[in-house]
Ligand binder design. Structure first.
Ligand code: ATP
Length: 235
């Protein structure tokens, strides 16, 4: 579904991605793990057109998208949940969800997706008329994921959904990510520093160090890999 071929991405003179190549198949949950500053967020921002690569190719369903604008990329079926959530704090929960559907015209489909989301996260249904900024961190993360789902993406990009959340909430968020994948076959690309939980939720994983992919394998193999255990799992 998605392929990165030798992607180089820069911030001015600083090269953040160095020849990154990876593949995501339809229906997979993939995780990209690595230390702070390894280039994980930059990888997602290159895919969604916010920080386009200087070199290399990004193919979505075989079509090059590295020169497309972020809104064109959303329209193709790729939605991102950015790090730090970035919901609209003054808008209500319901209005935040409407914003996620701004490119859609299928009223019945939108209603169906809204019902699905309120079923996944009943707390959002209870708080639908409350301003987004008044929600707890975990609820804002649920809202950010839900807003991205309202675009009915084929590929959902999640940047550090566990950041700053209590362990119980994190567990719940990861369960929901797996459920979204199972319910609608939505392909998921998960960037995480919590390597343990991310690898348990994913089918396959990539390890990134200093802007390069250094390892790729099935998630259970990475969990059992001694170097990964030492560097990322604290074992
Ligand atoms: P984190 O988990 O901290 O978000 P990361 O793996 O997502 O880390 P990136 O945020 O992609 O890493 O950063 C990769 C490299 O690019 C780092 O060296 C970082 O300092 C640099 N970088 C990121 N954003 C910018 C920016 N806006 N301007 C300049 N350099 C940046």
């Amino acid at each position: 579904m998605l392929e990165l071929r030798d992607v180089d991405t820069y911030y001015g003179n600083i090269q953040a991605l160095k020849g990154v190549s990876l593949r995501v198949a339809e229906g997979e949950v993939i995780t990209l793990i690595g230390a702070n500053g390894a280039g994980k967020s930059t990888t997602l921002m290159s895919i969604c057109g916010i920080v386009p690569p200087r070199d290399g190719e990004i193919l979505f369903r075989g079509q090059p998208i590295q020169d497309r604008s972020p809104d064109e990329i959303v329209a193709l079926g790729i939605s991102q949940v950015p790090e730090g959530r970035r919901i609209f704090p003054q808008l209500t929960v319901a209005e935040n969800l409407d914003m996620g559907a701004f490119l859609r015209r299928d009223k019945d489909g939108i209603k169906q997706d809204l019902d699905y989301i309120y079923g996944l996260f009943p707390i959002l249904a209870e708080r639908r008329n409350q301003a987004g900024g008044t929600l707890s961190g975990g609820e804002q993360q649920m809202l950010a994921i839900s807003r991205a789902l309202m675009a009915r993406p084929q590929l959902l990009l999640l940047d550090e959904p566990s950041l700053g959340l209590a362990p119980l909430i994190v567990k719940r968020i990861f369960e929901i990510v797996q459920r979204i994948n199972a319910d609608s076959n939505t392909t998921i690309f998960l960037v995480e520093q919590n390597a343990n939980l991310a690898l348990k939720a994913a089918h396959r994983g990539y390890v990134m160090e200093n802007g390069r992919i250094t390892l790729e394998d099935r998630a259970e193999n990475l969990l059992a890999n001694e170097a990964v255990q030492k560097a990322y799992l604290g074992l």
